[in-house]
Design a protein around this ligand. Structure first.
Ligand code: HEC
Ligand code: HEC
Length: 478
């Protein structure tokens, strides 16, 4: 574990009470506190807001998330923040405490700070308490006697915000040059890559084992980081220790949630307080002063705070839900053996008008179906600028060439089952979960896995080249 003197530079900051803000500003990367080398940048659309709205968004983000080198550990986020946390156990004294842990994320090492969590605000009580050692019974011994002895049951964090700080350092080392300081996929290497690195700020991840309506689970992120994304520049990080990948995952979640909050704020404020909206309102007879007074009133009167809290709440809920067992795709049937019959059934489904895989992937599954070269529509129903399919981030995405046998989300049958069931999020690849039975999805999986091994002879038509059951041709031409 990377350790530094910055453990000691922890300061408690107080937030607005209504924000239920548990904010500890942590000095992050080794460059040091105060000097701010790395900055979070704002998303597209931010610049279009009127200056007062820009300031509001900037401050709200900085208060709740901090800066890359001074990350704020905000207790409201469903993120593992501290090295460990729990409640003070029996018989605390000035030199040592026992802890009943609710979370143990990183090893407790000498030099970590201990903070008492009082109310919604994280506060270091009295003199800072530094861990000197942990005895055989797990009791934490302090370097100096505590100024005041905590009560049994008091909430306590050891290494407050340490997971984020650690994650941030590792992210800067391994991920940032592609995924960018803000998780915006604007790192210096990114412009050379196709497909582009993921922009985390929409909270959308493509290869998940969660159902179509859910966010990614921690296990999904862990799998992508461990295995990489085959066939792309996303490398495998198998050599990271468990603690390292845990911390990186939490930091990716942190960047995602920060990005989502920003996206929501910019979108909400854009309706009434973009430069264009203000101009339109003035053209409609309002005064600039009136608009400004209204905005200031909302900020000072608590309306903005309320809206902010609701926004955060809904973002938080989605991430919490994604990690619950109900969110995970569990096949209701066992995979049948990949017999010629199952493969043939899968192929029929593939060719069927109903599922229309062919429209994107093409009859021979080369990824060359008509939609891959037609003008398609974007989310707003407008024509896309060039032919082909686009993802949520506005990047062209080709339907996969299934003859190559390279699967970005993993090649285990269960991976492909999850892709078919939940779709590939943020892309045109649909979810077939509600549409077909699990048995049928397994037949499709067996078919997909057979495609790279189909025997093709020169001059073969579709019919000869593949395992055929009687009505495939009918289905294909229906
Ligand atoms: C060399 C560039 C590069 C580096 C370094 C890199 N990535 Fe990626 N990453 C990518 C690309 C490219 C993709 C998009 C792959 C795709 O869309 O199929 C991606 C995708 C992802 C995804 C999204 C997966 C999904 O299901 O949507 C996550 C999460 C991710 N990377 C995390 C990380 C983390 C964490 C690190 C550092 C430990 C890292 N990446 C390092 C290039 C990189
Ligand atoms: C509307 C277009 C569309 C349809 C319909 C469609 N796909 Fe896809 N499919 C895509 C796109 C686009 C991708 C690549 C997404 C990405 O990685 O960004 C993809 C990717 C895939 C992958 C690759 C998964 C991986 O891990 O790399 C498989 C397998 C797949 N599709 C199978 C199917 C099957 C089977 C059907 C029909 C049941 C189907 N698709 C229907 C557009 C489509």
């Amino acid at each position: 574990m990377i350790r530094s003197v910055f453990h000691r530079l922890l300061t408690a900051v107080s937030g607005r009470p209504a924000a239920a803000l548990a904010a500890l500003v942590l000095c992050g990367a080794a460059q040091g506190c105060g000097r701010q080398e790395a900055q979070f940048t704002h998303r597209a659309g931010f610049e279009n807001l009127m200056p007062e709205a820009q300031s509001y968004v900037h401050e709200a983000l900085e208060q709740h998330f901090g800066t890359p080198t001074q990350v704020v550990a905000w207790e409201q986020l469903p993120i593992k923040l501290h090295a460990a946390a729990g409640a003070v156990g029996a018989a605390p004294d000035a030199r040592s405490i026992a802890v009943n842990y609710s979370q143990q994320n990183l090893p407790i090492e000498p030099g970590l700070q201990t903070a008492w969590l009082s109310g919604p605000l994280l506060q270091s009580q009295g003199d800072p308490a530094w861990v000197e050692a942990v005895d055989v019974a797990g009791r934490i011994m302090f370097e100096q006697p505590l100024a005041s002895v905590p009560a049994e049951g008091d909430r306590v964090a050891i290494g407050p915000g340490e997971v984020l700080r650690y994650g941030r350092v590792l992210y800067a080392e391994h991920c940032q040059h592609c995924h960018g300081v803000s998780g915006d996929a604007q790192g210096p290497t990114a412009s050379y890559l196709n497909p582009r690195p993921r922009d985390f700020r929409r909270g959308i991840f493509k290869f998940t084992t969660t159902t179509a309506s859910n966010r990614a689970s921690r296990a999904d992120l862990a799998r992508v980081i461990e295995n990489g994304v085959p066939g792309t520049y996303m490398p495998s990080f198998k050599l990271l220790s468990d603690a390292e990948s845990m911390a990186i995952i939490e930091y990716v979640l942190f960047l995602s949630m920060r990005g989502e909050v920003e996206y929501q704020l910019v979108t909400q404020l854009g309706n009434d307080y973009s430069n264009q909206a203000v101009k339109d309102r003035i053209d409609g007879g309002e005064t600039r002063k009136g608009i400004l007074d209204e905005f200031t009133g909302m900020v000072n009167g608590g309306d903005m705070q309320e809206q902010f809290n609701e926004t955060v709440e809904s973002i938080v809920t989605r991430w919490v839900e994604a990690n619950e067992p109900e969110a995970i795709i569990v096949p209701g049937a066992k995979r049948p053996p990949a017999t010629p019959e199952s493969i043939a059934r899968g192929r029929m489904l593939y060719l069927s008008q109903d599922l229309n895989c062919v429209a994107c992937h093409g009859e021979a599954a080369l990824g060359d179906g008509p939609q891959s070269y037609s003008i398609t529509k974007n989310a707003a129903g407008e024509d896309n600028p060039t032919p082909g399919l686009y993802d949520e981030w506005g990047n062209l995405v080709k339907p996969r060439n299934l003859t190559q046998g390279i699967y970005r989300g993993g090649r285990r049958p269960i991976d492909l089952f999850a892709r078919l069931h939940g779709g590939i999020k943020g892309t045109p690849m649909p979810a077939f979960g509600g549409k077909k039975t699990d048995e049928e999805l397994w037949d499709l999986v067996n078919y997909i896995l057979s495609v790279p091994f189909e025997v093709r002879h020169p001059g073969d038509g579709l019919k000869e080249a593949r395992p055929v059951v009687e009505d495939v041709e009918q289905v294909a031409t229906r």
